[in-house]
Write a protein that binds this ligand. Structure first.
Ligand SMILES: Nc1ncnc2c1ncn2[C@@H]1O[C@H](COP(=O)(O)OP(=O)(O)OP(=O)(O)O)[C@@H](O)[C@H]1O
Ligand SMILES: [Mg+2]
Length: 362
């Protein structure tokens, strides 16, 4: 199976709107890529160009060595062997669920009914629903029918535009796992667009971040999470703490004291980033906070708590700060604590940092 996808300098303009401003992306055979980015950044446009529902103004799309588009000169969608689950599901309202799932299966497909039942099973839907029509299903069930319909055609490449967005958290995680397994077992190369950062990080071998019609960074999930290119990319992949700092000899002086950094060569003023799970908080008596030294971590007062179940987010106002850290460090720091043992507002805490801070490119 050599179904690698190559996008080269893809551009698309709608009137005055530049939806894509020159996107390059490589997707390895059998791999899973997640595309994330703000609303309007061009994610759906990119998928539609890969699927063949739009032609690029310029740029090339190649799948498994075959050129599918070179600017406006494009192979029609139905000749591409690409499965596409659009953002809204787009089921045929006048067909039953059976009609929808079986849409791409020729009438004379051997064991057609069994195949449809198997597809329903794959997306965890009861075959009792086959006689219903789309409006008689919930939003999440409709999304799964759309997925079954796309799977029916055994595509080489599967494009999923936020396919799990209407599912509740539990079902979402289990469906995502089942779909990932299914696509992996069938060796189907997959591109998933999602707004859910945890989904992107757990589903994909490669995460691509789009912004304003451009692909700003692509890489392995862990690399992007720990070494994002800028604060906006960092924020897209999870909560982050961004602080101004002074760097010297592999260390940063910042509002949290002295922290090791992942770019020992950098010197002088820079922005550094930590993930909230790198910060540990421990409640301390008020006197300890008043007399503690910077060497054993830094101290602060909890000003607010936001209980979210397993995690409680604490707003902490730091007590003392090094003079060199500059502005931007006065806003409260958001620190994660376990929900069950979170300090209450008014408590004093000591904050210690684990691991290295990431330094943003200057
Ligand atoms: N057919 C169209 N005609 C005109 N403008 C369009 C068309 N399709 C998309 N656009 C514009 O192109 C830009 C990119 O749209 P796109 O649908 O690709 O964004 P997206 O990243 O999928 O956003 P979302 O996360 O909200 O789904 C937007 O500014 C959008 O308004
Ligand atoms: Mg979209």
């Amino acid at each position: 199976m050599t179904t690698s996808l190559e996008l080269q300098a893809i551009r698309k303009q709608y009137g005055a709107v530049q939806a894509l401003g020159g996107v390059d992306l490589s997707v390895a055979p059998g791999s899973r890529t997640a595309i994330v980015g703000p609303s309007g950044s061009g994610k759906t446009t990119l998928l539609r160009i890969i699927a063949g529902f739009e032609a690029p103004d310029a740029g090339r799309v190649t799948l498994g060595g075959r050129q599918l588009a070179d600017g406006p000169d494009a192979v029609p969608a139905h000749e591409r062997g690409i499965g596409y689950v659009p953002q809204d599901g787009a089921l045929f309202p006048h067909l039953t669920i059976e009609g929808n799932v079986g849409f791409g299966l020729p009438r004379n497909t051997p064991k057609r009914a069994e195949r449809i039942a198997e597809l329903m099973d794959m997306v965890a839907l009861d075959t009792a629903m086959l006689a219903r029509r789309p409006h008689e299903l919930s939003g999440g069930q409709q999304q799964r029918v759309a997925l079954a319909r796309a799977l029916a055609q055994r595509p080489r490449l599967m494009l999923l535009d936020e396919p799990f967005s209407a599912l509740d958290t539990g079902l979402r995680a289990s469906t995502r796992k089942a779909v990932a397994q299914l696509l992996g077992a069938a060796g189907i190369t997959t591109i998933l667009v999602t707004h859910d950062q945890a989904e992107a990080l757990s589903f994909a071998d490669q995460v691509a971040v789009m912004r304003g019609g451009l692909l700003v960074q692509a890489g392995r999930p862990l690399d992007l999470y720990l070494r994002p290119r800028d604060a906006a990319v960092a924020g897209f992949l999870g909560d982050s703490i961004v602080l101004p700092a002074q760097l010297a000899g592999g260390w940063a002086d910042c509002a949290l004291g002295r922290i090791a950094v992942n770019d020992p060569a950098r010197q002088g003023a820079a922005q550094i980033m930590l993930r909230p799970e790198q910060l540990q908080v421990a409640e301390v008596p008020v006197e300890t906070a008043a007399h503690g030294s910077q060497a054993d971590g830094c101290y602060g007062a909890v000003t607010d708590t936001d209980f979210g179940g397993s995690v409680c987010v604490l707003s902490v106002r730091l007590l003392r700060q090094a003079a060199s850290v500059g502005d931007g460090a006065d806003s409260p720091l958001l620190v994660h604590s376990t929900g069950m043992h979170a300090p209450a507002p008014g408590a004093m805490v000591r904050i210690t940092v684990a691991g290295q801070a990431h330094v943003f490119a200057g």
